[in-house]
Design a binder for this molecule. Structure first.
Ligand code: PLP
Length: 436
């Protein structure tokens, strides 16, 4: 495995800076997902990323499978994105007024994502889902939104119910501070459960404004929707006049350039985007049918605004990213090396007699410490999270940085080579062998 991997990992500087951070920021972090809450120990403090590598402030390097939780599909410091950012900075950092770049990014998104006829740029995935829900409610004049257990749509109050990602990891099914009133119009169903969905529509169909889901779920670990489930989602929402929203913040531009909707051939009414679409800068987007999007202020009456929305630096990064994905698509390559990684990780566990299963779509995947199949939150929650933590730390000590929770997907980038993948598999094998 990794050549400077550090059987005796020195994290002295990380520990010092984390202690300092804890006195300054709650839990020492600016996003709960980073705090290693699920795996124990302290987070590592980084100073640099390059291609598939991350470098910490103690001089250790790691093969990175978090990729900033998704955006780094082309690796760290991707030249076209960095050049675009440098050039944009030289023209000013924010104008709060229209720019040509916003048109360019909107055109690139509309061209790529089948469901999107009009789009609005925002600053994060959370803003995208929050706004999409508001628009769906304004458009239908209805209140109820269906979400699925284990799906995470950012920290929108009304969607922080049975949420995945850090909420699942930290066992916060419903965050303090989220009032009952805020969530009373949120209905939570089991992912992949056609029967439950049918029953909800049969009983409440004329009250349901929208159904929102991760069409490839990453936030309870990687979980894929069945064809039956997708077909039921599309036909029931159509039948009852509800808005089908695909939250492609994580899987958009990741599992395919045109997202999960193109992969599965199911076209939603609205789509939310984030992560890759901003090339690693704070940018999100929501879009959909023209008829629906025309309800957004000032074309329509549904309020939506943002001081930094369409920010010129973030927009420049997004344009460079989407053009690179269009002109030099990495998806065939990603499929090939991601399959190699999935098979290798699975074999490393199998050879050590460890119960597991791997779910993967393209370059998103999770090694679950459970024989599976993992198809929803109920089955995901059965995983052996202690084994996961041991595996995670074993890999850290061998120079591999995996997502710090069983309930997250790992991401492969186009800068990961076969050699990197094989080093990762060897590291995993070594961790498992050290347990026996
Ligand atoms: N939706 C999904 C599917 C996500 O995975 C995330 C973040 O991980 C969000 C929404 C929220 O995005 P952000 O963290 O940019 O607010």
């Amino acid at each position: 495995y990794i050549e400077n991997a550090v059987t005796k990992l020195n994290l002295e500087n990380s520990h010092r800076e984390y202690a300092r951070a804890k006195s300054l920021m709650p839990g020492g972090v600016n996003s709960a997902a980073r705090a290693f809450g699920a795996v124990g120990g302290e987070p590592i403090v980084f100073e640099r990323g390059e291609g598939p590598w991350l470098f910490d402030i103690d001089g250790n390097k790691y093969l990175d499978y978090i990729g900033s939780w998704g955006p780094m599909i082309l690796g760290h410091q991707f030249p076209a994105v960095c050049d675009a950012v440098h050039a944009a900075v030289d023209r000013g950092t924010s104008f709060g007024a229209p720019t040509v770049a916003e048109n360019e990014l909107a055109e690139l998104i509309i061209e790529a994502v089948p469901s999107v006829e009009m789009v609005r740029l925002v600053n994060s995935g959370t803003e995208a889902t929050m706004s999409a829900i508001r628009v769906a409610r304004g458009y239908t004049g209805r209140d109820v939104v269906i979400k699925f257990a284990g799906n995470y749509h950012g920290h929108v109050d009304s969607l922080l119910v049975s949420a995945g990602s850090a909420a699942a990891t930290l066992g916060v099914p419903n965050s303090p501070g989220v009032t009952q009133g805020t969530t009373q119009d949120t209905m939570v169903l089991e992912y992949n459960c056609v029967e439950g969905l049918g029953q909800a529509f049969a009983e409440h169909g004329d009250r349901i404004a929208a159904v929102i889901l991760e069409p490839v779920c990453g936030n309870m670990g990687c979980v894929t929707p069945s064809g039956e489930f997708l077909a039921a989602l599309r036909s029931l929402t159509e039948q009852h006049g509800s808005v089908l929203i695909f939250d492609e913040v994580m899987c958009g531009f990741r599992v395919a350039r045109s997202g999960a909707q193109s992969l599965f051939g199911v076209i939603p009414d609205m789509t939310t985007m984030g992560k890759i679409v901003g090339g690693g800068l704070p940018l999100g987007a929501f879009g959909g049918k023209r008829e629906i999007m025309q309800h957004v202020l000032p074309a329509g009456k549904v309020f939506q605004a943002g001081t930094l929305s369409g920010n010129p630096i973030a927009t420049a990064a997004g344009i460079a990213m989407l053009k690179s994905l269009r002109d030099d698509p990495p998806y065939d390559y990603l499929e090939k090396i991601s399959d190699r990684l999935a098979q290798g990780l699975s074999k490393s566990a199998a050879d050590a007699g460890i119960e597991h299963c791997v779910n993967r779509v393209g370059s998103m995947m999770t090694l679950f410490f459970h024989p599976g199949p993992v198809t929803d939150w109920t089955s995901a929650a059965k995983c052996d999270t202690e084994k996961f933590s041991k595996w995670f730390w074993g890999l850290i000590h061998r120079g591999v940085y995996m997502p710090c929770s069983q309930f997250e997907a790992l991401f492969v980038s186009a800068t990961h080579t076969e050699e990197h993948i094989d080093q990762t598999i060897a590291a995993s094998r070594d961790v498992f062998e050290s347990w026996t």
